[in-house]
Design a protein around this ligand. Sequence first.
Ligand SMILES: [Ca+2]
Ligand SMILES: [Ca+2]
Length: 224
Amino acid sequence: MTGLVRKAMLLAVCGLLTAGVAMAHVPDPANSECPTACIYVTGHNGSVGDAAGNFCVTVRDFNNVPIENSSVVIDFSNCDLQLCINQLDANAIVDCVSQTVRKLTNVTGQACFRIIGKSRPGLGCGGAPVNCVRIFADSTPLCSLNAPTFDLVNDPSGAGLGAGDLSAWLSAFFCGTNPRRGDYICDGTLGAGDLARWLSVFFGGGSTLNCPPPKDNNVGPKCQ
Ligand SMILES: [Ca+2]
Ligand SMILES: [Ca+2]
């Protein structure tokens, strides 16, 4: 091997090593993990968000190493729901203007959420576009998902799931346009499986309450 070739190889190896170091601690979507189906937006039981809505995001870098203290942002700004300011989670930060909920990852690179909120009023057969939720880690886009909502109509008392929500789901079912807010099985259509999932969350008792009214009627900050 000539001296010139050896030098060139050395430079190439150094370049690769430098690139590897530079990519460390930068979130890599290919090595990170998002929820597999969609994100459930639920109510709470007075002390904590409904376990039915629990989901986790794991952030890893180019070398597949978990990133601790990565800022995971769940961005609902394209969705048809209203977040509650109080997520009953001391580690969750809600931004009403940007409609985001944010948490830092733990030592294993994981941040878990239970998003508390409800559907906006007056949606009729319309609603959110496909994959309205965007998930970022340190500003790097990781994935996009749908965000069905169990609490579909407001209750002036601040109560959570009830007959009015069930009725609203049935109205959505008869739309024929499959509003994504009622697609709990996340298959693109509304059917018996979605109704069964709504009933299981209702009877699970974890969404007996939601954030207090009034809703904002699609103007102003999309949370309360
Ligand atoms: Ca309701
Ligand atoms: Ca479905």
